[in-house]
Design a binder for this molecule. Structure first.
Ligand code: ATP
Ligand code: MG
Length: 417
């Protein structure tokens, strides 16, 4: 019997990997234009980091972490999210000595969840964090950046929902209000929500259980319990988004699955993903840096799920032909000449593979189509005699005969190449 991959852990095959690379490249370009630099933190951290940041009564910590003992007995965890490791590194390397630090990261995250479309146990996130900026403009500008990214990569129908979770000043009063509300409906709640009711009643608003959703339908909205500072911040985020031309709707129930959020939280959803419709999410976490032992540092950040973005782009027909040419030589002499030509064209940056197979031109073209190549370059005896080659555009099926010297320029200047 052959060995297969573990459920929830995916192989990303070449065509998909190419799409991922494009998403990552576009992200990096957009982030760089907003002044973000990359940080690479390890995939494994001390378990304590996640307990203290994400919160002990969250789904992630209670049931989703890949935690194990190292050979020396230390409890380690495969990172379930990227913010806590970035904050740990930020404190450890005293990056707070610079007033505002903008960082992005990309890499795999691990959560023991039920695998399904758009939900895996190893998944890949690209995220960004603004550390040291308390201004609502930081929230709005970062959201604008994310919406810009979705527009750039051609992801259609992204919808931004925002909410405010208040701060340690105003949230306790809201928690009491919500607790009283939940207490009256205790019979309708799931065991998890009942158990977490007095320590973390907000979790009930994030519960996916239909009974809990129904029972909390008319729960008092947190946005109505905000202190003056949080309410002002929330209004300012909305008006700045308005000035930037970004539409946002308020989702009063959105509390998010991590405890470190304060003030603004958000989620961006897109249709076409079924139940797993969130493509990016995040918010403000003004207490996390100090909570982990660093100085008071207001922050805002988000993470975007690559698998879901890739799924959507594929469904939107974004998966264009690869910037790849297939060289098809007809006959031995053409094949020999091809060795020289390919060397020249590759030197000019053209991505090209040889089709060494035998068989009819038709079957060889079929193979080029199967690997989704953009061009087929056909060198037959007549072309060889004239120092030319037939360039067939696999997207349009149009073809032209070109002199060898201009092939590379023509291909590299093609749209989307
Ligand atoms: P969801 O409500 O879908 O579980 P979440 O609130 O747990 O999402 P975050 O922790 O905020 O999500 O992560 C940000 C993004 O990462 C999500 O919007 C989603 O695109 C992606 N993501 C989260 N968990 C998974 C997973 N198990 N598999 C694939 N992508 C995921
Ligand atoms: Mg989740």
């Amino acid at each position: 019997m052959s060995i297969t991959a573990i459920r929830g852990f995916n192989d990303i095959l070449p065509e998909e990997a190419e799409l991922w690379r494009r998403i990552e490249e576009e992200s990096v370009n957009v982030f760089a234009s907003y002044g973000f630099s990359e940080i690479k933190a390890p995939i494994v951290e001390r378990t304590e980091l996640f307990l203290r940041s994400i919160g002990e009564t969250t789904d992630i910590v209670e049931k989703e972490m890949y935690t194990f003992l190292d050979r020396n007995g230390d409890s380690l965890t495969l990172r379930p999210e990227g913010t806590a490791p970035v904050v740990r590194a930020y404190i450890e390397h005293r990056l707070y000595e610079c007033p505002v630090t903008k960082l992005y990261y990309a890499g795999p995250m691990f959560r023991y969840e039920r695998p399904q479309k758009g939900r895996y146990r190893q998944f890949y996130q690209i995220g960004a964090e603004v550390l040291g900026d308390a201004s609502p403009k930081a929230d709005a500008e970062t959201l604008e950046m994310l919406m810009r990214l979705f527009e750039t990569i051609g992801l259609k129908g992204a919808v931004l929902q925002i909410n405010s979770l208040g701060c340690p000043g105003c949230r306790p009063a809201y928690k009491e209000l919500l607790y009283a509300f939940l207490l009256e409906r205790k019979e309708s709640l799931c065991v998890n929500c009942i158990r977490r009711m007095d320590t973390n009643p907000l979790r009930a608003l994030d519960c996916k259980n239909p009974g809990c959703i129904e029972a909390t339908k008319d729960a008092p909205p947190i946005a109505e319990s905000l202190c003056a500072d949080c309410a002002g911040h929330f209004r300012a985020v909305q008006s700045t988004l308005g000035r930037l031309g970004i539409e946002a709707s308020i989702n009063k129930r959105m509390v998010r699955g991590l405890d470190y959020y304060t003030k603004t939280t958000f989620e961006i959803t897109a249709s076409g993903l079924g139940a797993q419709n969130a493509v990016a999410a995040g918010g403000r976490y003004d207490g996390l840096v100090s909570g982990l032992g660093g100085p008071e540092t207001p922050c805002f950040g988000f993470a975007m799920g690559i698998e879901r973005v890739a799924l959507l782009l594929k469904e939107n027909g974004f998966l264009k032909r690869r910037p790849l040419s297939v060289f098809i030589a007809m006959g031995d002499e053409a094949e020999l000449k091809g060795v020289e030509l390919l060397r020249e064209w590759r030197k000019k940056g053209i991505r090209i593979v040889e089709d060494f197979s035998e068989g009819s031109l038709k079957s060889r073209m079929k193979r080029a189509d199967r690997i989704r190549a953009r061009y087929a370059l056909i060198l037959g005896t007549d072309e060889l005699r004239h120092g030319e080659i037939t360039v067939k555009d696999m997207t349009t099926a149009g073809q032209e005969r070109l002199k060898w010297e201009i092939v590379a320029d023509r291909i590299s200047s093609a749209e989307g190449y």
